[in-house]
Design a protein around this ligand. Sequence first.
Ligand code: S3P
Length: 432
Amino acid sequence: MSDLRIQPSRGLKGEITLPGDKSISHRSVLFAALADGTTEITGFLTGEDTQHTARAVQMLGIPVEGIGSSRLVVHGKGLDGLSEPTCVLDLGNSGTGMRLLAGLLAGQDFFSVLTGDQYLTKRPMGRIVEPLRRMGAVIDGRSEGKLAPLAIRGARGKIKALDYASPVASAQVKSAILLCGLYADGDTSVTEPSKSRDHTERMLRSFGVDVREEGLRVTLQGRQRLTTTGMLDIPADISSAAFFLVAASIVPGSDLVVRNVGVNVTRTGIIDILLAMGADLTMENGREQAGEPVADIRVRYRQLKAVEISGDLVPRAIDEIPVLAVAASYAVGTTIIRDAAELRVKESDRIATMALELRKLGAAIAERPDGMEIRGGGALAGALCESHGDHRVAMSLAVAGLAARGETTVRDTTWIETSFPGFGQLLLRTAY
Ligand code: S3P
């Protein structure tokens, strides 16, 4: 168990490049496995979550070279090229890995079992199991399939197309159903209450699959083959950049450039919210990479003000709300976060854990069933905090500590390795 000790910073300075996008990395190795031919993936996230997915793909009989590095070579065998794994597939802490694989495995002609760590096995799986059963897969698990481990008997040849209205805006649910839909005869559609990240749609298109979108409804026809362009270069993760964008916004004297960040509009809620809070943030060198928009982001310190975060903005910033709670603690006025009950079923209950831990630094936070109310502006003081086994809680608290008086210690920060290897060293190098 390792701890991260944070001293007050006199400003974050310089230019940094961050690890690859987690969501896009998971999808890259899964979709490359389903394509005919070899794909070279660069910028692949070396975090534990995405390595679990890459190893699972390997256990499904697909040769993957370079696991552990940021350059993978995946020798895809086509839509019907996976083979039955002889062992349980362990996805560690990764909800994306488990839910996307469940959708894919539901369409196979073999049996497989998915499991994860003590946190993942507590997270809701009914949201994918129920629609995948309707498509014809036989799935069992703890609590009638609401919790992992999940045992999946795929229904290749018998998968029924589904027109699904999802009760939650979830890219994992949407992607699981679309992946299973690749094995159906006919059109599978998912309609969401508001738009979640669309990396699956974009990457399937870049593999030549026709994916149609009408408003909040996404449709694909089954049995389309995936063809690789041979190369995929993954941009840096805006969810990792978020810790540095907030840190530079709250520490006086900061002037930081974060290079090559994915700025897909389904993920840029953090930028819109920080701008609404008055942050000094500019995007430069906009370009396209792997079918995704990319830019460099420059951020300089400026006193933030409170904001309301609700509605369609929430899914566009869902993973950044812990660090936005930190920004709100240093902003003038009262920030309201609502419509964010999904935070309660992430790697930890992020409403409860962030409220509990930020209070230890002296922040004034009230929990709401679907969000938080944060009275900012008061000075925070360093404290001893816990990660609760949640990478984003750990990193958010480290950021809070940079602008607090005295030393902050975040305990049990090994979880950061799931999504952001090297975070601690990079933060200490950037924040003088
Ligand atoms: C992800 C989707 C989001 C997000 C998670 C990654 C993905 O979860 O919170 O970190 O890669 O599809 P939901 O789809 O459950 O909202």
